[in-house]
Design a protein around this ligand. Structure first.
Ligand code: ADP
Ligand code: ZN
Length: 747
């Protein structure tokens, strides 16, 4: 670009106003600024990091301000990223600046401040110091936490990361330095070398011969990759059909063509085995996820940008990895809700992946045993190439699935229990044969609510329209929305009678029952209460894999991707839990969950048995899961979606209004919704506008919630309606309006 048009820079910043701002370019930075540069700009009374998205030769802005500086010549956003973020901004109704900011990892943005970074590590030889560490632990818990963190991570850590993880302050660290237990070094640039997580046992996996179905899938991928054009393949393979191996081959093919790959997985901590496969097969794999330390993130971003890494595996934001020549985007478990970001920009990593591949003439592979109805519908309509893998690998057979009607069980046994007789018998048999058991319950805590037997009072959260869950371990009542805790009452808070009843059941309560029934067994419980610590997933999975524990009980975090050959029984404690959530995707989620959980059984040579316990045994989600019949389920669910114009037959945008004063929320929702309706009528747009109505969780964290749902066969008309009011959407009169495109949840 010639210098005379470089007079003004067009800059966007990370604020919820979708506007491009003009700044003039001082002479001394003319040579260093380019499209994609990160710049420091005065904004109101402060300075913000902005992104230069273009130049202008003239501007009609009055009192135009100067750009202060270009932050770092080596860090910039390339054309591809500018394009994809512009699309995100248009499609997901956020500002371009917000979208660009999502692309840049925190560690990279922070490095721009370019202060030297301090790193801390344990002294090389702490063997003699163990007694001292024990002594310290007694006297100073903060210092002990620092030591424990460093021991656990077994690596150098930036001081900032260390103190935040250990919840300690700088003076505690300095004391440890004085005692010669910790060394601190100052580094002006990069971060420490990352070590393997020590809990992950690396196996020497050879490249297996492909099954016929895998070979067919790989052939299709090979052909499509060589076309160098945009294509989407839906790889629908039953659990255990060996999808991971197909992904690995796809990456090998891409590598042989000199192309990079991005693999999206739902959650890193929950897919340690998948990560292990990638790491053993490829030299330079970057693993990206939200739990990474800033320093690691920066290092990875740079090595991807430099081209030293050509395979990226990560959670949704990994789709923004700055790879140069993108060849293939793989989305594992593409149906998972975790690909959708629940704060602005509310993008879906899978869908951004499809767009990014489109802009780069790349291939997309969407893998799942239970595809989202959106992807399945696209495959059936031949928008996507549909590749099926119906058989499990080798001798693994599809497990036998039984159902237990818990209402009948209760009437026959004359009491309510969490583990039916059939499940208990099967567990005993499995244990006798040295098999392992996975039990699944999608609800944590001890009891989801408590009430008074005398007056019927139910204890709810002060801030949210939701019952408090009793957690026995802490003897607290916890809100699962705002995490507020309060001590469990002994007497009814309302009528003061000492007659509190713990209703329903969560993982804690079921764990207690299992321990009572199987006193000799170690029960591993995995839910967000027991898995708070970094590395705890890996540790628990390793314990289960080693056979230290034979019973694994967990929430949905154990439903995904796990591959334990020795598991012969899988029990679903209550299939009704997800079914009863008032959301149009509940049936889909229930079916997917049951299919995924069932897929954990019988993955070795031993035959597997799945037992589903439910009250609502006749529901089609459960009935089709029983037969492992995805197509049957999809047909039934699709016809229901079609009747109501729900996705995949229609697009949905949800506008959520939130604020502290209910009247204001309601009024704002009504005013804006009426404007939308009027505009839609005037323009003759075919958009259904439902609402405003109170959201099904009507209050969270003391904010009242109303919503309006827009439905249309195509997304264009909804977007033009939203555009009409978009400038009025940000905060007004204490009411926040949030636009959620293709919402994951409607609660
Ligand atoms: P999916 O993701 O489809 O449920 P996985 O990728 O987890 O299935 O594969 C199931 C198991 O089969 C894994 O233990 C994997 O190592 C193994 N496997 C995959 N492909 C082959 C093959 N061609 N030969 C032998 N074992 C294989
Ligand atoms: Zn709450």
């Amino acid at each position: 670009m010639s210098c005379d048009v470089k007079k003004y820079a067009r800059v966007v910043v990370n604020i919820p106003v979708n506007k491009v701002f003009h700044y003039s370019i001082p002479e001394e930075i003319k040579d260093s600024i380019d499209v994609g540069s990160l710049v420091n700009v005065p904004f109101g009374r402060r300075y913000l990091t902005g992104y230069c998205v273009g130049f202008a030769g003239e501007s009609d802005v009055q009192n135009i301000k100067d750009i202060k500086s270009v932050t770092d010549k080596n860090i910039s956003v390339d054309d591809g990223m500018l394009r994809i973020t512009k699309w995100i901004s248009d499609y997901y109704c956020c500002s371009w600046g917000e979208a660009l900011d999502a692309v840049m990892p925190v560690g990279v943005k922070n490095s721009l401040t370019a202060k030297p970074v301090k790193f801390a590590k344990l002294v090389e030889d702490v063997s003699g110091a163990e007694d001292e560490i024990d002594r310290i632990a007694k006297k100073s818990p903060a210092q002990a936490r620092i030591l424990r963190t460093l021991t656990e991570i077994n690596n150098e850590l930036s001081v900032k990361d260390l103190l935040s993880i250990a919840k300690a302050n700088r003076s505690s660290l300095s004391k440890l330095e004085e005692r010669n237990l910790v060394v601190i070094r100052t580094s002006s640039c990069s971060s420490p070398k990352t070590k393997e997580n020590k809990h992950v046992i690396l196996k020497d996996v050879a490249r297996p011969d492909l099954s016929d179905e895998q070979q067919k899938a790989v052939d299709v991928i090979d052909t499509k990759l060589k076309e160098h054009s945009f294509n989407v393949i839906l790889l629908q393979g039953v659990t255990g059909s060996g999808k991971t191996e197909v992904y690995l081959r796809a990456i090998e093919l891409a590598v042989s063509l000199g192309l990079c790959s991005i693999v999206l997985v739902p959650e890193i901590a929950l897919t340690p085995q998948t990560i292990r496969y990638f790491k053993t097969r490829f030299e330079n794999v970057a693993v990206m996820h939200s739990n990474l330390l800033e320093s690691d993130r920066r290092q990875q971003w740079q090595s991807i940008k430099n081209g030293t890494v050509n395979v990226v595996v990560g959670t949704r934001s990994a789709i923004f990895a700055p790879v140069k020549r993108l060849g293939v985007v793989i989305v594992d478990e593409e149906h998972e809700g975790t690909f959708k970001q629940e704060n602005s920009p509310r993008y879906n990593g899978r869908d951004v992946g499809i767009m990014r591949a489109m802009y780069n003439d790349a291939l997309v592979i969407l893998g799942s045993a239970t595809p989202s109805l959106e992807s399945y519908y696209n495959a059936v309509r031949e928008k996507y190439t549909h590749v099926l893998m119906k058989k499990r690998i080798g001798k693994m057979v599809v497990p036998h699935v039984d159902i237990v009607d818990m209402a009948k069980e209760a009437s026959q046994t004359k009491r309510f229990c969490y583990i039916s007789r059939h499940l208990e018998r099967s567990m005993r048999k499995a244990l006798l044969e040295d098999g392992q058991i996975i039990l699944f319950l999608n609800r944590r805590g001890f009891a989801p609510f408590i009430n008074c037997r005398k007056c019927g009072f139910v204890l709810k959260c002060k801030n949210c329209d939701i019952t408090l869950t009793y957690h026995k371990i802490t003897n607290n009542m916890v809100c699962h929305y705002c995490y507020r805790e309060q001590p469990a009452p002994k007497d009814c808070p309302d009528c003061a009678m000492p007659d509190i009843k713990y209703q329903g059941f969560g993982t804690e309560r079921v764990e207690e029952e299992i321990k009572r029934k199987f006193p000799d067994q170690i029960v591993l419980r995995m839910d967000s209460d027991t898995m708070k610590k970094r590395g705890s997933h890996e540790k628990a999975f390793a314990e289960f894999e080693n056979g230290k524990a034979h019973i694994l009980l967990g929430t949905q975090m154990i439903a995904k991707g796990l591959d334990f050959a020795n598991v012969t029984v899988v029990g679903v404690i209550s299939a009704d839990t997800t079914l009863n959530i008032p959301d149009f995707r509940s049936s889909e989620r229930t079916f997917q969950l049951l299919a995924q959980v069932s897929g954990r059984a019988g993955r070795g040579v031993k035959e597997g048995l799945v037992i589903i316990q439910a009250f609502n045994t006749k529901h089609y989600s459960i009935q089709h899961a029983l037969k492992t019949d995805y197509e049957g389920f999809a047909m039934e669910e699709l016809s229901f979606r079609k009747q109501l114009n729900y996705p995949p037959y229609g697009r949905i945008i949800r506008i959520l209004f939130m604020g502290k004063v209910e009247e204001n929320v309601k009024e704002r929702a009504t005013v804006l919704t009426n404007r939308l309706k009027r505009y839609g009528r005037e323009k003759g747009l075919t958009v259904d506008i439902l609402g405003p109505a109170e959201a099904s969780v009507s209050r969270i964290k003391n904010k009242f919630r109303w919503h309006t749902i827009l439905k249309a066969p195509k997304s264009c008309p909804i977007h033009s309606i939203i555009d009409h009011i978009s400038s009025d959407l940000p905060l007004s009169g204490g009411v926040q309006s949030i636009v959620d495109v293709d919402p994951g949840y409607m609660l």
